[in-house]
Design a protein around this ligand. Structure first.
Ligand code: CUA
Length: 192
């Protein structure tokens, strides 16, 4: 009787020790998975914010001017329903369309641009805005301007004999003035 009475607690005790051990291993495993996911997310986030864009939307460069997002009437600055501004630009040998871009201060802006022919690129002087324009791909990057001003926007990828002459101008104007001017207009540029 004492045997039968003492043996079940013993086997019970062994069972719970095994269970505790297994539980510990599973907990370690789960924590390892979590840690792995956190590390992946951190690497992805750091890479996304520090590296040039490596994922781009595609577009057929041969039909840019005929249909889709980058037809000429769709280029320039457009106010979105959420109050942000999208600027669409096409680079081609040897100019940007539009030649003069107008944007507001203190507003989230997305530049969306592509190339109609060779590889181009642009940077906006005095800012960290810098991207390549590759035929077949849409370059999309966010921007924000604190102060009004004019910035030169040169092409920074050698694209042929006219490369040196390929540039546009970015005019940053006061937010209130921008939205007053843009009211009732679909697209805005400062091309005269
Ligand atoms: Cu376009 Cu250099």
């Amino acid at each position: 009787m004492t045997n039968t009475a003492s043996s079940p607690p013993d086997s019970h005790h062994d069972g719970s020790a095994v269970a505790a051990h297994a539980e510990g291993r599973w907990a370690t495993f789960a924590i390892a998975i979590l840690a792995f996911i956190v590390v992946l997310a951190a690497i992805g986030g750091i890479r996304h914010s520090t590296m040039p864009q490596y994922q781009a939307e595609t577009i057929d460069p041969s039909t840019l001017h005929i249909n889709g997002e980058f037809v000429e009437s769709n280029l320039g600055s457009a106010v979105e329903p959420d109050g942000s501004v999208t600027v669409r630009i096409v680079g081609q040998q040897y100019s940007f369309t539009p030649q003069c871009i107008i944007v507001p201060t203190d507003t989230p802006i997305i530049f969306r641009a592509t190339s109609a022919d060779a590889i181009h690129g642009f940077l906006i002087e005095g800012t960290n805005i810098n991207t390549m324009l590759i035929p077949g791909y849409i370059s999309s990057l966010p921007a924000r301007f604190d102060r009004p001003g004019e910035h030169l926007m040169p092409c920074h990828e050698f694209c042929g004999v006219g490369h040196q002459a390929m540039w546009a101008m970015v005019k940053v104007i006061d937010k209130a003035e921008f939205f007053k001017t843009s009211a009732g207009k679909r697209r805005l540029t400062c091309v005269e």
